[in-house]
Ligand binder design. Structure first.
Ligand SMILES: C[S@@+](CC[C@H](N)C(=O)[O-])C[C@H]1O[C@@H](n2cnc3c(N)ncnc32)[C@H](O)[C@@H]1O
Length: 238
């Protein structure tokens, strides 16, 4: 997954009168044969269709009591699969709009026999608004959200005060929200937005140490060698 800013396709100029502001641009993206096969074989098993009403998470995973973690924008799903593999006692709901990414994660789920992942292919904002029950999540992962570098695109950033308020309503008391970004100005933005949410408290003074459960991505490894930074921001619900 490239971490550069998505270009707006011709014709899609921001026009709030005509369309909601989204944090993503749907790209066509070619499917590999492996992704296509994984979608065919595993989407009916591990996919959860979007529906505009709350779902019973325990039923979706076929077990109660297991902590439920939501990941927003899992990209190709490498981190998601690795985390789910080493945390079999937890259940992971991955939300992503990009079809090749969904195929890629499903391929990993099939190959690694991961029973604790479910995938929803839909806008995470609507998934949170309508599908995720209140106070049902033990954690939320948002790793390398699109930074939307240009000032005129900042309104497309996923992390906004209203979105964080919505997220908070879905977190159990004590549950965590973990954002990681490689774009310093976005890190500062995220820190400011989360600090401004009275229902959240920071687990660190400012930025957190990278927790062991978040694997280093290939991209990140390359960046670190070039001296680029990555910022982890972890808050908990009061
Ligand atoms: C820069 S990529 C990072 C992917 C991955 N987390 C990683 O670390 O490699 C951001 C991803 O978030 C997805 N995304 C952005 N907004 C989203 C939304 N509202 N709902 C679901 N997915 C979204 C994009 O499609 C993209 O795949």
């Amino acid at each position: 997954m490239e971490h550069k800013e998505h270009e707006l396709p011709a014709g899609e100029q921001d026009n709030p009168k005509h369309r909601p502001i989204r944090s993503f641009v749907l790209r066509q993206g070619r499917l590999t044969e492996g992704q296509r096969k994984a979608l065919e074989q595993w989407l009916p098993v591990y996919g959860v269709a979007y529906q505009p009403e709350p779902i019973a998470l325990d039923q979706v995973f076929g077990r109660a009591e297991s902590p439920k973690i939501l990941e927003i924008g899992f990209g190709m799903g490498d981190s998601t699969a690795k985390i789910a593999q080493v945390q079999p006692e937890r259940d992971f709901i991955g939300v992503e709009v990009h079809t090749p990414g969904v195929g890629s994660l499903l391929k990993l789920v099939g190959e690694m026999h991961l029973e604790n992942i479910r995938v929803i292919q839909h806008d995470a904002v609507e998934v949170l608004q309508h599908m995720i029950p209140d106070a049902s999540l033990d954690g939320v992962h948002i790793f390398f959200p699109d930074p939307w570098h240009k000032k005129r695109h900042h309104k497309r950033r996923l992390i906004q005060a209203a979105f964080v308020q919505l997220l908070c309503s879905k977190l159990k008391p004590g549950a965590y929200l973990h954002v990681a970004t490689d774009w310093q100005e976005y890190a500062e933005w995220v820190l400011e937005v989360l600090q401004g949410e009275p229902q959240l408290g920071n687990t660190a003074d400012t930025y957190a140490e990278k927790p062991d459960y978040r694997p280093l991505t290939k991209f990140e490894n390359r960046g670190i060698k070039l001296g680029h930074g990555v910022w982890d921001i972890i808050f908990t619900r009061k």
